[in-house]
Write a protein that binds this ligand. Structure first.
Ligand SMILES: [Zn+2]
Length: 180
């Protein structure tokens, strides 16, 4: 086989300015840039705690989901099962159950992870920073002294010592037996 010297190679069109490393597992992070038709939280609610998703608790119209893109290890979302975007649209039972679940989730994180503190918060509405504004959700983020380094600040990248599956395993037993 003779090599055609005049043939334009792919390197001529795409100059190799940098090494290219194929990481197909990163696709799941790119995929999130494409908005899904379906609400991820409603989807988690449907899967429930026995499903293959990240829902770890679902009872009394409220649920706990492990955040797929955690800011820190043990980052939980506490939310109503119903697709509701406003706090005032919750009924009394949902609101009370949500408050109870928030407190119980803090207790479970405290006993499982022994964090030095926690951030609890809700971004209410899109302009307030809610990623999924149509289905309200509280964030509970365990914090440890010195857990903020320059990576999350400059690159929105953080190395987690634990996989989501490991978090699920560590928290599952406590949420499984939780009664509000
Ligand atoms: Zn929803």
């Amino acid at each position: 086989m003779t090599e055609n010297k005049n043939k334009i190679s792919i390197e001529d069109i795409w100059p190799q300015e940098r090494d290219y490393i194929s990481r197909p597992e990163r696709l799941k992070y790119i995929r999130k840039l494409i908005p899904s038709e379906e609400c991820v939280f409603c989807n988690e609610a449907r899967l429930g705690p026995e499903g293959k998703g990240l829902c770890i608790y679902r009872k009394h119209g409220v649920m706990v989901v492990i955040n797929k893109y955690p800011y820190n290890t043990g980052h939980l979302l506490v939310l109503p099962v119903r697709h509701v975007g406003n706090l005032w649209d919750l009924n009394e039972q949902e609101y009370n159950a949500l408050s109870q679940l928030l407190r119980k989730s803090v207790e479970i994180l405290e006993s499982v992870y022994q964090p030095h503190g926690m951030n609890l918060g809700m971004n209410h509405g899109k302009v307030a920073g809610a990623g999924i504004p149509d289905h309200l959700h509280w964030h509970i983020i365990p914090r440890w002294s010195g857990d903020t380094n320059f990576f999350p600040l400059i690159a929105e990248t953080k190395v987690h010592p634990e996989t989501l599956e490991q978090s699920y395993e560590r928290l599952h037993a406590d949420f499984n037996k939780l009664e509000l």
